[in-house]
Write a protein of this length. Structure first.
Lengths: 273, 248
């Protein structure tokens, strides 16, 4: 019972309230996109874009600007570059991600070492800290996450068709390239939000893990999205409480809870077969 | 009077330096059942992909005086792709969800699926004898069942042109015959124009009304009778002409 009173007590703190609100909204956005990205073998795109955001945070700190505001447009551009490398220049999808991601890390490290003085700030973005989210960051996270969820719902059938069979989607008159751009731009937005919450090293896990866990169990597409959403939100809430109670790093704890959900789903999925 | 549903003019496709199709020109008349045959690498699938606008090409393809996108918007094309191998075993969709997706071409943004759409899907699945599969996961079905689900998806919006790329590869001989008679019926009773690619040139004559023999260019295009009586084709194919004409 002491645990519950400690949890109740933690909820009185504004920083915990902010963490839960921002974390839940972002988790929902991540899981919605995650199903499409995982099934299209694009799941590492989150990882690549997170590495790019390492460079954009370095640029923001150099310019003494708000890292999220600077990162959003720059990471969005990087996401379109990955897509066009993949489509036009005939670079393999995973190689295109590797290319852009290593460029991002290298640029970040060079900026940090030449400018100097903000290494500590920059490296705090490697693992994020959801418990230090500011109120403006909460608003930005809620706004962008709702945007991601809304656009996903509006384009649900187009995204579903493309995910299952891109050629047939084209023959159905769906503008495949445009929908692909929308998907990847939404991913870039959610990744930038994630760097504050779980950090550049772990943000892709918020996209991949809930989706992969849900895919172990469900049969229909809508239930896959719903279950991924439930896993994502639950792991953020449980992760924040564990992190508060045991003084564990929040981002890593959230990812660990997600991983436990995956193990559970994997076992349950295997038993069903 | 015969109406051309597709006019293909000087179609050429290159993959890098390799020419997959060279200066291909022919018309498909509405109501035709055209069998497209040719050896491996003869450009059969490339031709289908060009018609469907899936790859870049040189030349012109006109659909009753319209562009491909206008023609698609009028629910005119049904397409059954070559292999079922693209279906991921773990893909989280029921057969019903896949069949209903065939109606997306009718929908404007934001697309919404109605109860009526599910009813239409139920009807087409019943016609094809696959009602029992509606709630099954698409990845867990057999090759033949998946094939019929994808055929239901291709037919649900009652297209006027049905394009099938090697549809019977994954099927056993019995399902192959059932499948072929469904397609034949669509053509003869509902007037659907059929464009069917097959590597099995021997059985094509049983169903198709016209033959298009491709080998990077058009070797022959016309009725089976003309093909079988053509001295030029006898010279080209030798004894193999009989394999294609064995229905006679």
């Amino acid at each position: 019972m002491e645990i519950f009173s400690q949890i109740y007590e933690s909820l009185q703190y504004v920083f915990v309230q902010r963490a839960i609100i921002a974390g839940c909204f972002m988790a929902l956005g991540c899981s919605f996109l995650g199903i499409f990205l995982v099934l299209r073998r694009f799941s590492l795109i989150g990882d690549g874009l997170a590495h790019v955001s390492f460079a954009t945070v370095a640029i923001a700190l150099l310019l003494q600007a708000q890292p999220m505001i600077v990162s959003i447009p720059l990471v969005a551009v990087a996401s379109l570059i990955i897509l066009s490398l993949n489509e036009k220049a005939k670079v393999y999808g995973d190689a295109a991600i590797g290319l852009v991601s290593s460029f991002g890390i290298a640029l970040g490290v060079i900026i940090a070492s030449t400018a100097g003085g903000f290494n500590v700030d920059l490296f705090s973005y490697l693992f994020g800290n959801i418990l230090s989210v500011s109120s403006s960051e909460v608003w930005l996270t809620v706004f962008i996450s709702l945007l991601v969820v809304l656009v996903t719902i509006l384009f649900y059938h187009d995204l579903f068709a493309i995910t299952f069979d891109e050629d047939y989607a084209h023959v159905s008159g769906i503008k495949v390239k445009t929908v692909n751009k929308i998907l990847i731009l939404l991913t870039s937005l959610i990744v930038v939000l994630g760097i504050k919450i779980v950090g550049t090293m772990l943000v892709s896990s918020l996209i991949i893990l809930p989706a992969v866990s849900a895919l172990q169990i469900v049969r229909s597409f809508k239930s896959a999205i719903a279950l991924a959403g439930i896993f994502a939100v639950a792991s953020v809430i449980i992760g924040i409480f564990i992190s508060y109670l045991l003084n564990y790093p929040s981002g890593a704890t959230i990812v660990m809870v997600n991983f436990i959900f995956f193990i559970g789903s994997f076992i349950s999925g295997s038993l069903k077969k | 009077m015969p109406v051309e549903i597709i006019q293909i003019k000087n179609l050429s496709v290159k993959y890098g330096e390799i020419e997959a199709l060279s200066d291909v020109s022919f018309d498909i008349i509405s109501g035709d059942y055209v069998g497209i045959v040719g050896p491996n690498g003869s450009g059969k699938s490339t031709l289908i992909k060009s018609i469907l606008g899936l790859i870049p090409f040189e030349g012109k393809i006109i659909f009753q005086g319209e562009t491909l996108s206008d023609f698609i918007l009028k629910n005119n094309i049904g397409y059954l792709p070559q292999k079922m191998s693209f279906i991921d075993q773990r893909f989280p969709a029921t057969a019903m969800e896949i069949v209903v997706s065939g109606l997306y071409c009718r929908k404007k943004f934001p697309k919404r699926v109605t109860k009526n759409d599910y009813k239409t899907a139920g009807e087409i699945m019943e016609t094809l004898g696959i009602s029992g599969l509606a709630d099954r996961s698409i990845g867990k079905l057999s090759g033949g069942q998946q094939q019929r689900i994808l055929l239901a998806r291709a037919l649900i919006h009652s297209p006027r042109l049905l394009i099938l790329d090697e549809p019977t590869v994954a099927l056993d001989p019995q399902s192959r015959d059932t499948f072929a008679s469904i397609i034949k019926k669509l053509n003869s009773e509902h007037g659907v124009t059929i464009l069917l690619v097959s590597h099995d040139s021997g059985s094509m004559g049983k169903y198709a009304s016209k033959l298009l023999y491709l080998d990077r260019k058009v070797v022959f295009y016309g009725t089976f009778d003309n093909f079988c009586r053509s001295d030029e084709m006898t010279k080209y194919f030798g004894a193999d002409q009989h394999i294609i004409c064995h229905r006679h």
